[in-house]
Design a protein around this ligand. Structure first.
Ligand SMILES: [Zn+2]
Length: 432
């Protein structure tokens, strides 16, 4: 553990500390945040109580923050500090219009890097080892995660995105023990190397740390990555507006521990009703996060749109924080005759049919919006050299029905026909 006194602290003790921090954060918001002054309508933070009462406060959604951005204040009305206190401004990769800006004070940045370092160190990687990274620092928050490798004491070899030849050369010549990349890219590299007669299993890489999108925790997908890389796969997860790599998985590979404990408070809600769900072992729901000691633009009960399963049972690694496994984005969720379906879960079931399938799928909803009538169309890509086979399509359909309780129409498509991504994979494709 990077910070044993923090990461091994009994969770009840953590919650007591967090309660104090939360009350101070609320008072800070009422004093400095025009956004929350208006939204909360409280005359004093004491009215809101402590963490035990947090579910009574309103949720914060990304679009409402963005709506308050102006030419004079492009961050938005949740900005709490003078510009002289801001040391870094990240932006989101918004595909249309102006991006969202995420400002940080020196302490905010330090907290981000500290939490991220704990999360990545949970994977078992330690000082003196080498790590090759494939994030582009650029304008995005992922760049801040790179600083956490220095805190762990790693030798960091930055390669960036979209430079596969250079990446493979660095792995061969510089012999890193670990590689950090998105799960889609980790899978893409298996195909890329095998098409060129290279074998990642013979490289020095013992750990593959995946982050940036859900999927790294799906059983069949992970098994394929571990087999192809000959390495242990663990994942990490953050969310731009709140913090980088807030969560990181340990060597038990049973979900990601909260590395940003003390900085962020997690809650669960039902994404449809927004009702609070207790953070208990086995619970699932949408993750909602609250800053506990943030300065530049703290957020309260921020909806992450990440749908997670929670584990709180003791972990043999000694970390006491709750663990989560992200099963998909709430935005990707489809409802087929009352049943919630995550495309990532479909991919996981289909992945169990390897080596006959490539592992690539596309869910192709016929109707607009979330609600779909059965059968749900799914394209499943065959592995290289495998002929289409009605028996296989029927077996996949049957397994999806048994595991996910949803009727599908499975179409087998030839190897290489579904587009690959070197960054984040796409699982849903809507026509028109
Ligand atoms: Zn653990």
């Amino acid at each position: 553990m990077l910070d044993p006194h923090v990461e091994g602290r009994p969770w009840e003790e953590q919650l007591a500390l967090d309660d104090r921090a939360y009350r101070a954060q609320l008072a800070y918001l009422l004093e400095h945040s025009p956004f929350y002054q208006g939204k909360l309508g409280l005359s004093s933070s004491d009215e809101a109580g402590g963490l035990a009462e947090i579910a009574a406060l309103p949720l914060t959604e990304k679009p409402e923050l963005k709506a308050t951005a102006t030419e004079g204040n492009p961050v938005g009305a949740h900005l709490c500090v003078d510009r002289s206190q801001i040391v870094r401004i990240y932006s989101t990769s918004g595909t249309t219009g102006t991006p969202s800006y995420i400002p940080l004070t020196a302490r905010d940045l330090d907290d981000w890097v500290t939490g991220s370092a704990r999360s990545y160190a949970a994977s078992g990687i330690s000082a003196g080892q080498r790590i090759v990274s494939t994030y582009n620092a650029g304008p995005f928050v992922a760049g801040a995660a790179l600083a956490s490798f220095d805190v762990i004491g790693l030798c960091h070899i930055p390669i960036g995105t979209g430079n596969t030849e250079r990446l493979i050369r660095a792995i061969e010549l510089l012999r890193p023990e670990a590689a950090v990349l998105t799960p889609s890219y980790a899978a893409h590299l298996l195909e890329w190397t095998s098409a060129r007669g290279l074998d990642l299993r013979s490289t020095s890489v013992e750990r593959v740390l995946v982050a940036g999108e859900p999927g790294g925790g799906e059983q069949a997908f992970r098994a394929r990555l571990e087999e192809g890389w000959g390495a242990r796969v663990t994942e990490a997860m953050g969310i731009g507006d709140i913090g980088i790599s807030l969560w990181g998985e340990c060597e038990e590979q049973d979900g990601m521990h909260l590395g940003a404990r003390g900085f962020v408070h997690p809650e669960l809600i039902d994404p449809a009703t927004a009702k609070s769900i207790a953070m208990e072992d086995g619970a699932s729901g949408e993750l909602v996060l609250t800053h506990l000691r943030h300065q530049a633009a703290p957020l309260l009960r921020f909806r992450t749109r990440d749908h997670v399963h929670v584990r709180t049972s003791p972990c043999p690694c000694g970390r006491t924080g709750p663990r989560v496994r992200c099963v998909g984005r709430t935005d990707d969720m489809l409802i087929v005759r009352g049943v919630n379906v995550f495309p990532a879960a479909v991919r996981d079931v289909v992945g169990g049919f390897a080596p006959r399938v490539s592992g690539h799928i596309r869910v192709r909803p016929a109707a607009e919006g979330v609600k779909q009538d059965p059968p749900l169309p799914v394209s499943v890509e065959l592995a290289e050299g495998v002929e289409t086979d009605e028996g296989l399509a029927a077996a996949i359909r049957e397994r999806i029905r048994a595991v996910l309780v949803v009727q599908t129409r499975v179409e087998l498509v030839p190897w290489g026909s579904l587009e690959r991504s070197e960054y984040k994979g796409q699982l849903v494709e809507r026509s028109g």
